[in-house]
Ligand binder design. Sequence first.
Ligand SMILES: [Fe+2]
Length: 312
Amino acid sequence: MQRIVEPLEAKQRELWGHQTITLRHNLPSLDLFSDDYLAKMIETAAPRSLAIHAEGGTDPSNWPSVSRGNASGTQVLDAVRNGMLWVNLVGISEWDSRFAELADQIFAEFEQQVPGLNIVKRKVGVLISSPKATVHYHVDIPGQAIWQVRGRKRFIIYPSTEPFLKQTELEDAVRSATYGVASYQPWFDEHGTPHDLEPGQALHWQLNGPHRIENFNELSVSLTTEHWTPDIRRTYAMNYGNGLLRQYGWTPRSTATSGAAFWAKVGLTAAYRKSGLQNKNGYQRIAKFTVDPNSQSGARPLPESEWAPPGS
Ligand SMILES: [Fe+2]
Protein backbone atom coordinates (compact mmCIF):
# COMPACT_ATOMS: atom_id res chain seq x y z
CA MET A 1 0.00 0.00 0.00
CA GLN A 2 1.20 3.49 -0.76
CA ARG A 3 2.48 5.42 2.24
CA ILE A 4 0.53 8.47 3.45
CA VAL A 5 3.18 10.12 5.58
CA GLU A 6 6.68 10.70 4.26
CA PRO A 7 9.16 8.88 6.53
CA LEU A 8 10.12 10.89 9.60
CA GLU A 9 13.71 11.99 10.00
CA ALA A 10 15.57 10.65 13.04
CA LYS A 11 15.32 14.02 14.80
CA GLN A 12 11.58 14.24 14.11
CA ARG A 13 11.04 10.91 15.85
CA GLU A 14 12.72 12.32 18.94
CA LEU A 15 10.85 15.61 18.76
CA TRP A 16 7.43 13.93 18.26
CA GLY A 17 4.99 15.09 20.93
CA HIS A 18 7.49 17.54 22.48
CA GLN A 19 8.14 20.16 19.79
CA THR A 20 6.42 21.20 16.56
CA ILE A 21 7.29 19.04 13.60
CA THR A 22 6.27 19.54 9.99
CA LEU A 23 5.45 16.43 8.00
CA ARG A 24 4.75 15.78 4.36
CA HIS A 25 1.84 13.61 3.24
CA ASN A 26 -0.02 12.63 0.09
CA LEU A 27 -3.62 13.30 1.19
CA PRO A 28 -4.20 15.91 -1.57
CA SER A 29 -3.90 13.13 -4.16
CA LEU A 30 -6.86 11.20 -2.67
CA ASP A 31 -10.40 11.63 -4.00
CA LEU A 32 -11.66 11.58 -0.37
CA PHE A 33 -11.19 15.34 -0.23
CA SER A 34 -12.76 16.22 -3.60
CA ASP A 35 -15.85 18.42 -3.72
CA ASP A 36 -17.93 15.40 -4.74
CA TYR A 37 -16.84 13.18 -1.85
CA LEU A 38 -17.09 15.98 0.72
CA ALA A 39 -20.57 16.93 -0.57
CA LYS A 40 -21.65 13.32 -0.14
CA MET A 41 -20.22 13.23 3.39
CA ILE A 42 -22.05 16.45 4.30
CA GLU A 43 -25.33 14.99 3.06
CA THR A 44 -24.96 11.61 4.78
CA ALA A 45 -23.51 12.79 8.13
CA ALA A 46 -25.75 12.23 11.13
CA PRO A 47 -26.71 15.53 12.81
CA ARG A 48 -24.26 14.96 15.66
CA SER A 49 -21.44 14.36 13.15
CA LEU A 50 -21.93 17.59 11.21
CA ALA A 51 -21.20 20.88 12.95
CA ILE A 52 -21.62 24.04 10.90
CA HIS A 53 -21.11 27.40 12.49
CA ALA A 54 -20.87 31.04 11.55
CA GLU A 55 -18.61 33.75 12.89
CA GLY A 56 -18.61 34.07 16.68
CA GLY A 57 -16.52 35.29 19.59
CA THR A 58 -13.58 33.69 21.34
CA ASP A 59 -15.68 31.11 23.17
CA PRO A 60 -16.82 28.28 20.88
CA SER A 61 -19.94 27.74 22.95
CA ASN A 62 -21.09 31.14 21.62
CA TRP A 63 -20.48 30.35 17.95
CA PRO A 64 -23.77 30.58 16.08
CA SER A 65 -24.79 27.09 15.04
CA VAL A 66 -26.04 26.74 11.47
CA SER A 67 -28.38 24.00 10.22
CA ARG A 68 -27.90 22.48 6.78
CA GLY A 69 -31.61 22.91 6.15
CA ASN A 70 -32.48 21.98 2.59
CA ALA A 71 -29.05 22.80 1.18
CA SER A 72 -27.30 20.03 -0.76
CA GLY A 73 -23.70 19.14 0.03
CA THR A 74 -22.59 21.10 -3.04
CA GLN A 75 -24.55 24.14 -1.91
CA VAL A 76 -22.97 23.91 1.55
CA LEU A 77 -19.52 23.89 -0.08
CA ASP A 78 -20.50 26.90 -2.23
CA ALA A 79 -21.67 28.73 0.89
CA VAL A 80 -18.33 28.00 2.60
CA ARG A 81 -16.38 29.04 -0.50
CA ASN A 82 -18.16 32.40 -0.78
CA GLY A 83 -19.16 33.18 2.80
CA MET A 84 -17.73 32.90 6.31
CA LEU A 85 -18.50 29.44 7.63
CA TRP A 86 -16.82 26.49 9.32
CA VAL A 87 -17.98 22.95 8.56
CA ASN A 88 -16.73 20.16 10.76
CA LEU A 89 -17.27 16.51 9.88
CA VAL A 90 -16.83 15.12 13.36
CA GLY A 91 -15.40 11.67 14.14
CA ILE A 92 -15.57 10.82 10.45
CA SER A 93 -13.57 7.59 10.77
CA GLU A 94 -16.35 6.22 12.99
CA TRP A 95 -18.98 6.39 10.26
CA ASP A 96 -17.19 6.33 6.90
CA SER A 97 -15.25 3.17 6.05
CA ARG A 98 -12.78 4.91 3.75
CA PHE A 99 -11.88 7.48 6.40
CA ALA A 100 -11.66 4.60 8.92
CA GLU A 101 -9.04 2.92 6.70
CA LEU A 102 -7.22 6.22 6.31
CA ALA A 103 -7.09 6.76 10.08
CA ASP A 104 -5.87 3.18 10.63
CA GLN A 105 -3.09 3.69 8.15
CA ILE A 106 -1.96 7.11 9.43
CA PHE A 107 -1.68 5.93 13.02
CA ALA A 108 -0.05 2.62 12.02
CA GLU A 109 2.59 4.59 10.11
CA PHE A 110 3.26 6.75 13.18
CA GLU A 111 3.47 3.79 15.52
CA GLN A 112 5.91 2.05 13.19
CA GLN A 113 8.17 5.07 13.15
CA VAL A 114 8.08 6.56 16.63
CA PRO A 115 9.72 4.22 19.16
CA GLY A 116 7.47 3.41 22.11
CA LEU A 117 4.46 5.24 20.72
CA ASN A 118 1.29 3.50 21.93
CA ILE A 119 -1.91 5.17 20.77
CA VAL A 120 -4.84 3.91 22.80
CA LYS A 121 -7.59 6.12 21.38
CA ARG A 122 -7.90 8.42 18.39
CA LYS A 123 -10.35 10.50 16.42
CA VAL A 124 -10.28 12.02 12.94
CA GLY A 125 -12.30 14.92 11.55
CA VAL A 126 -12.48 17.03 8.41
CA LEU A 127 -12.60 20.80 8.74
CA ILE A 128 -13.78 22.85 5.77
CA SER A 129 -13.54 26.60 6.27
CA SER A 130 -13.99 29.80 4.31
CA PRO A 131 -11.30 31.97 2.75
CA LYS A 132 -9.90 34.32 5.45
CA ALA A 133 -11.66 32.41 8.24
CA THR A 134 -9.82 32.38 11.57
CA VAL A 135 -9.84 30.14 14.60
CA HIS A 136 -9.27 31.94 17.89
CA TYR A 137 -6.46 31.18 20.32
CA HIS A 138 -7.24 27.95 22.14
CA VAL A 139 -5.80 24.76 23.54
CA ASP A 140 -6.68 21.15 22.71
CA ILE A 141 -6.51 18.45 25.34
CA PRO A 142 -5.47 15.31 23.39
CA GLY A 143 -2.42 15.06 21.13
CA GLN A 144 -3.25 16.86 17.88
CA ALA A 145 -2.11 17.19 14.30
CA ILE A 146 -3.50 19.17 11.39
CA TRP A 147 -3.13 17.90 7.83
CA GLN A 148 -3.57 20.52 5.14
CA VAL A 149 -5.26 19.16 2.02
CA ARG A 150 -6.67 22.12 0.09
CA GLY A 151 -5.93 25.85 0.42
CA ARG A 152 -3.32 27.40 2.65
CA LYS A 153 -3.47 28.57 6.23
CA ARG A 154 -1.20 30.20 8.79
CA PHE A 155 -0.99 28.19 11.98
CA ILE A 156 0.60 30.02 14.94
CA ILE A 157 1.76 27.94 17.90
CA TYR A 158 2.70 29.36 21.31
CA PRO A 159 4.61 27.81 24.23
CA SER A 160 2.49 25.58 26.48
CA THR A 161 3.77 27.35 29.58
CA GLU A 162 2.81 30.42 31.61
CA PRO A 163 1.88 33.09 30.65
CA PHE A 164 0.68 31.70 27.32
CA LEU A 165 -1.21 28.90 28.97
CA LYS A 166 -2.36 29.48 32.53
CA GLN A 167 -2.52 26.36 34.65
CA THR A 168 -6.04 27.20 35.80
CA GLU A 169 -7.23 27.63 32.19
CA LEU A 170 -5.75 24.29 31.23
CA GLU A 171 -7.45 22.62 34.21
CA ASP A 172 -10.77 24.23 33.23
CA ALA A 173 -10.33 23.07 29.63
CA VAL A 174 -9.57 19.52 30.76
CA ARG A 175 -12.66 19.43 32.93
CA SER A 176 -15.12 20.89 30.47
CA ALA A 177 -14.38 19.41 27.06
CA THR A 178 -11.66 18.54 24.59
CA TYR A 179 -11.38 22.16 23.45
CA GLY A 180 -10.38 24.95 25.80
CA VAL A 181 -10.56 28.69 25.71
CA ALA A 182 -7.28 30.32 26.69
CA SER A 183 -6.75 34.06 27.15
CA TYR A 184 -4.76 35.79 24.46
CA GLN A 185 -2.83 39.03 24.29
CA PRO A 186 -1.61 40.39 20.92
CA TRP A 187 1.96 40.58 22.30
CA PHE A 188 1.94 36.80 22.63
CA ASP A 189 2.65 36.85 18.90
CA GLU A 190 6.25 37.91 19.67
CA HIS A 191 6.63 34.44 21.20
CA GLY A 192 4.48 32.44 18.79
CA THR A 193 5.85 30.53 15.84
CA PRO A 194 3.94 30.91 12.56
CA HIS A 195 3.79 28.02 10.13
CA ASP A 196 2.32 28.60 6.68
CA LEU A 197 0.77 25.28 5.79
CA GLU A 198 0.36 24.25 2.18
CA PRO A 199 -1.53 21.25 0.83
CA GLY A 200 0.59 18.18 1.51
CA GLN A 201 2.00 19.51 4.81
CA ALA A 202 0.98 18.54 8.32
CA LEU A 203 1.89 19.87 11.75
CA HIS A 204 2.11 18.01 15.01
CA TRP A 205 2.89 20.09 18.07
CA GLN A 206 3.61 19.71 21.74
CA LEU A 207 0.78 18.57 23.98
CA ASN A 208 -1.55 21.41 25.00
CA GLY A 209 0.36 23.98 22.92
CA PRO A 210 -2.00 26.98 22.46
CA HIS A 211 -2.55 28.00 18.86
CA ARG A 212 -4.64 30.09 16.52
CA ILE A 213 -5.26 29.86 12.79
CA GLU A 214 -5.70 32.31 9.91
CA ASN A 215 -6.82 31.02 6.52
CA PHE A 216 -5.35 32.54 3.41
CA ASN A 217 -7.83 33.91 0.89
CA GLU A 218 -8.71 30.37 -0.22
CA LEU A 219 -11.18 27.68 0.79
CA SER A 220 -9.42 25.41 3.27
CA VAL A 221 -9.88 21.67 3.70
CA SER A 222 -7.92 20.02 6.51
CA LEU A 223 -7.89 16.67 8.21
CA THR A 224 -7.61 16.94 11.98
CA THR A 225 -6.37 14.05 14.08
CA GLU A 226 -6.37 13.65 17.83
CA HIS A 227 -4.84 10.83 19.82
CA TRP A 228 -4.39 9.61 23.36
CA THR A 229 -1.41 7.68 24.73
CA PRO A 230 -1.01 6.39 28.31
CA ASP A 231 1.19 9.46 29.02
CA ILE A 232 -1.41 11.89 27.65
CA ARG A 233 -4.09 10.16 29.75
CA ARG A 234 -1.94 10.54 32.87
CA THR A 235 -1.39 14.25 32.14
CA TYR A 236 -5.15 14.62 31.68
CA ALA A 237 -5.86 12.88 35.01
CA MET A 238 -3.27 15.05 36.80
CA ASN A 239 -4.77 18.28 35.42
CA TYR A 240 -8.29 17.09 36.18
CA GLY A 241 -7.29 16.22 39.75
CA ASN A 242 -5.48 19.55 40.22
CA GLY A 243 -8.58 21.38 38.96
CA LEU A 244 -10.69 19.55 41.53
CA LEU A 245 -8.25 20.34 44.35
CA ARG A 246 -8.37 24.01 43.35
CA GLN A 247 -12.17 23.94 43.26
CA TYR A 248 -12.18 22.75 46.87
CA GLY A 249 -9.76 25.42 48.05
CA TRP A 250 -6.37 23.68 47.75
CA THR A 251 -3.52 24.99 45.66
CA PRO A 252 -2.06 22.00 43.83
CA ARG A 253 1.73 21.97 43.99
CA SER A 254 2.62 19.05 41.78
CA THR A 255 2.27 18.24 38.13
CA ALA A 256 3.85 14.82 38.56
CA THR A 257 2.24 11.98 36.63
CA SER A 258 3.48 9.23 38.91
CA GLY A 259 3.84 8.67 42.65
CA ALA A 260 1.39 8.69 45.55
CA ALA A 261 0.07 12.24 45.04
CA PHE A 262 -0.67 11.52 41.39
CA TRP A 263 -2.54 8.30 42.16
CA ALA A 264 -4.52 10.10 44.86
CA LYS A 265 -5.63 12.57 42.16
CA VAL A 266 -6.63 9.71 39.88
CA GLY A 267 -8.77 8.33 42.73
CA LEU A 268 -10.25 11.74 43.45
CA THR A 269 -11.07 12.28 39.77
CA ALA A 270 -12.68 8.85 39.47
CA ALA A 271 -14.79 9.40 42.59
CA TYR A 272 -15.86 12.85 41.44
CA ARG A 273 -16.83 11.67 37.97
CA LYS A 274 -18.69 8.70 39.40
CA SER A 275 -20.62 11.04 41.69
CA GLY A 276 -22.11 12.77 38.64
CA LEU A 277 -21.03 16.19 39.95
CA GLN A 278 -19.04 17.12 36.88
CA ASN A 279 -20.41 19.35 34.18
CA LYS A 280 -21.89 17.36 31.39
CA ASN A 281 -19.76 17.65 28.30
CA GLY A 282 -20.73 20.13 25.65
CA TYR A 283 -23.70 22.38 25.32
CA GLN A 284 -26.99 22.02 23.59
CA ARG A 285 -26.51 23.51 20.15
CA ILE A 286 -29.52 25.35 18.84
CA ALA A 287 -29.34 26.39 15.20
CA LYS A 288 -30.56 29.95 14.80
CA PHE A 289 -29.19 30.13 11.23
CA THR A 290 -29.41 27.98 8.16
CA VAL A 291 -27.04 27.57 5.20
CA ASP A 292 -27.84 29.94 2.35
CA PRO A 293 -25.36 30.00 -0.55
CA ASN A 294 -26.98 33.21 -1.83
CA SER A 295 -26.27 35.12 1.36
CA GLN A 296 -22.94 36.97 1.61
CA SER A 297 -22.04 35.20 4.85
CA GLY A 298 -23.23 31.82 3.59
CA ALA A 299 -26.00 31.66 6.21
CA ARG A 300 -29.23 33.49 7.00
CA PRO A 301 -31.03 33.83 10.32
CA LEU A 302 -34.02 31.60 10.96
CA PRO A 303 -37.24 32.95 12.41
CA GLU A 304 -37.46 32.11 16.12
CA SER A 305 -40.25 29.61 15.47
CA GLU A 306 -37.76 27.51 13.44
CA TRP A 307 -34.90 27.48 15.97
CA ALA A 308 -34.00 23.87 16.68
CA PRO A 309 -31.05 21.56 17.32
CA PRO A 310 -29.28 21.12 13.95
CA GLY A 311 -30.68 18.23 11.95
CA SER A 312 -33.88 17.90 13.97
FE1 LIG B 1 -6.89 23.27 17.85
